[in-house]
Design a protein around this ligand. Sequence first.
Ligand code: 13P
Length: 283
Amino acid sequence: MLIGLREALDYAEQNNWGIAAINTPTLELLLGTLKVAERYNVPMVVQHAQVHEPVNAIEDIGPVMVELARRSSAPIVVHVDHGETYEYVERGFAVGFNSAMFDGSRLPYDENVAQTRAVVELATGRGFGVEGELGIMPGREDGVESSGTADETLYTHPEDAAAFVRATGVTALACSFGTVHGLYKAEPKINYELIGRLREAGGVPVVMHGGSGLSCEEYRASIDQGVRKINYYTYADKAALEAARALLTEKPGTYVFSDLTVVAQAAIEKDIDALARCLYRVA
Ligand code: 13P
């Protein structure tokens, strides 16, 4: 069933969970994710990032995401991830998405506030929540451009987080505190104390981007400080690629692409299952 972002975050708050928010630009990622949400009957976010348009356009994969979320026995939010323009968020809402992130983190502060505020107004009219972003996180959700290390000078300041939430009315805030998008080239160094201060000053749930590659202890310590949504993509899709590669090595006679999608989906499901057991504190 479809649920809203606020509702999902409330569940997370009540249970001290981090909601798994998975980018699902392919059917394998989408089906693998929903199977795990249904297995544990936990809320999850399925999301489409603007940088994944070359994989599948939001008008193509989006209606599939919405329909499968509606049909699912688990509570699911369908969310625009890293919308870089107002128009892109509108495209998501037009195909049935019920939540969005506007990413103005690379804009000058005042411009980020103005554009995020406009997206909040668009979403509020429909009863939807909005995630904003303040503070730059290296790398992009498609795995390119990542230096693999976070730059502490770009971390979000708690006073700025407070002012930004007040000025925009966002439901949740993506902040920079030590994770990066894509593959880690150096050990991630999360500033837990900063997460706590951001949660307190901003007064809204904190979103972790660049969720791939952390240990369960790192996820749980972040959740304990106020992270309620954990964006995750690269390692699930990497597991899919590795499974496909292994199949080609073991069975060089494989001659149709669909055989790769079967092992890819199973690998994604296994990877997301491990993440879910950690984030939802399944024994
Ligand atoms: P990873 O690809 O590093 O898991 O990050 C995903 C993300 O933050 C999407 O917004």
